[in-house]
Ligand binder design. Structure first.
Ligand code: AMP
Ligand code: TRP
Length: 498
């Protein structure tokens, strides 16, 4: 219900402006009836279509949104916009793949809204505020002549248990990928880690540091990204409170993770567990994050974040804010959207790494069976043992995409991710293997992939002053950005500030 309402209200209802979020959800479902190129091609002018296809194909060759890729994708997006955006995202994905969808979609949004993304579009169409939209002192005005602000990315992992391959491939690896092209904020979400209730303080303290060290060991570069601890930025808690008074409780009660965890916690379930996604929304919205790299299990929380941001904007932004005249504390004019509606970034492979003991359930920190997951810090011996004992099946050979063989899908995917090979290469090498031949190969690949990360991790942990410095610097920067948003939200809600 929540989701369908959101779909009706949000610009995602317009197929020409599908978000990365939508693309990803369709990939997951792999809908056979997705808009086919031929159908989409019945719209628009043939020349422009050709231009778009060419540009997209070149962007695909470049794959990542490098400068060249961006320029080409921008061209594609502009072309697309001119012909009223009739080539849908699903059509582009169908033809050219996901990397291109991300590039094109992102630039389509920039070009359509003068560089400030979809929220600005929404404010133009849904309020008569003249579309002043979301601006920050560092953002520049949203006119074509001024440069758009650098896009932001925010994400976090809870310092609970050990970080495993699911966390790594589903989230952390993408932190590294995105840090070059985005202003990046990566936090260790310690306030989330206590929502289960009755946590171990010594464990939280240790895990907060090891989680941060794993970010860095995995390749997050503190000179490119701000790495910090969530509780070091008090604005997270304050915005969470303000959003608590905006988010209807029914929205929270529908969250799958809440329902699952609450069932396990029984009578003891904490208010914090119900409120968990609102705190997550605060994390994201404080930084006006455009993109949020997460595993698939977090997509519903991302949808909720989008709904909460939309509700704040419609209740307190636009005309109502503008009528109070003057400037917001950040220096922007009052009016337009208060918060930016973010998008999820979920990798096609690795968005849902499955358990080693059951290919149908997610690899998770909370599974009591240690053999169900490979942790980033596992020793070669532990990795070998876990893979040796992991669940297999009785089919001949190995394959992707057979719904009856979740273990084959999962273990081949882990192999693919660890080696950096394509699916085709993996199949050519391993398709006709027996499990007994494949397992040692997988073991070697996992050990080889994790070994340099573990080496760097040990170095970082041997120098506590370095880690402390990184986290302090990260928190200083994060506080600065977060407080700008928080003060504007307080202003929009009518709080007196001096
Ligand atoms: P958590 O450990 O719950 O804080 O999760 C941290 C990040 O890892 C989130 O972005 C999750 O979506 C992601 N994640 C957790 N488990 C998996 C999994 N099995 N596969 C892929 N991503 C995952
Ligand atoms: N809820 C996320 C998880 O369990 C962790 C998280 C908290 C998060 N705040 C966030 C992820 C903000 C992305 C952005 O994995």
């Amino acid at each position: 219900m929540l989701l369908s309402r959101a779909r009706r209200q949000s610009p995602r209802g317009d197929p020409a402006r599908e978000s990365v979020d939508d693309c990803n959800s369709k990939i997951t479902k792999s809908e056979p009836n997705d808009v086919t190129p031929s159908r989409a091609h019945t719209h628009g002018d043939a020349n422009e279509r050709r231009m778009l296809s060419k540009a997209v194909a070149r962007a695909m060759m470049l794959r990542a949104p490098t400068d060249g890729g961006s320029r080409i994708a921008r061209m594609a997006a502009a072309t697309n916009q001119r012909r009223n955006a009739t080539m849908t995202t699903s059509c582009i994905r169908h033809q050219f793949g996901d990397d291109v969808v991300r590039v094109v979609d992102s630039h389509r949004r920039s070009t359509m809204s003068g560089g400030r993304g979809r929220v600005a579009m929404r404010s133009i169409s849904s309020s008569s505020s003249g579309g002043s939209g979301v601006t920050e002192p560092d953002a520049g005005a949203a006119t074509e002549s001024k440069p758009a602000r650098r896009k932001r990315v925010l994400s976090g992992v809870q310092p609970t248990g050990s970080i495993h391959l699911g966390n790594y491939f589903g989230a952390i690896k993408n932190y590294v990928k995105l840090q070059d092209d985005y202003d990046a904020f990566y936090c260790v979400v310690d306030l989330h880690a206590i929502t289960a209730g009755g946590h171990d303080p010594a464990g939280l303290e240790a895990s907060t540091k090891t989680s941060a060290a794993i970010y860095l060991a995995a390749g997050v570069d503190p000179d490119k990204a701000n790495v910090f601890v969530q509780s070091h930025v008090p604005a997270h808690s304050e915005l969470c409170w303000l959003l608590n008074c905006v988010a209807p409780i029914g929205w929270l009660e529908k969250m799958i993770q809440f329902k699952e965890k609450a069932r396990k916690a029984g009578e003891e379930v904490s208010v914090g567990l119900l409120d968990y996604p609102v705190l997550m929304a605060a994390d994201i919205l404080l930084y006006k994050a455009d993109l949020v790299p997460v595993g698939e299990d977090q997509r519903q929380h991302l949808e909720l974040t989008r709904d909460i941001a939309g509700r704040v904007n419609s209740l307190y932004g636009g005309k109502k804010w503008k009528k109070r005249k003057g400037k917001a504390p950040s220096g922007r004019s009052r009016g337009g959207d208060v918060l930016l509606v973010p998008e999820a970034f979920t990798p096609k492979e690795g968005g849902r790494v499955m358990s080693l003991t059951d290919g149908a359930s997610k690899m998770s920190k909370s599974n009591p069976a240690e053999g169900s997951r490979i942790n980033v810090l596992d020793t070669p011996d532990e990795i070998a043992k876990k893979i040796k004992r992991c669940k297999t099946d009785a089919f001949e050979g190995l394959e992707f995409g057979n719904a009856e063989r979740p273990e084959s899908q999962n273990l081949l995917t882990i192999y693919q991710l660890c080696t950096g090979m394509t699916q085709e290469e993996v199949l050519a090498e391993c398709g006709s293997m027996r499990w007994g031949d494949f397992k040692p190969r997988l073991t070697d690949a996992v050990i080889e992939h994790l070994s340099p990360i573990q080496g760097r991790y040990n170095e970082i942990m041997a120098d506590p002053a370095y880690l402390e410095g990184v986290l302090k610097r990260g928190a200083d920067n994060a506080n600065e950005v977060a407080n700008i948003t928080l003060r504007d939200v307080r202003d929009a809600l009518g709080f007196v500030q001096y």
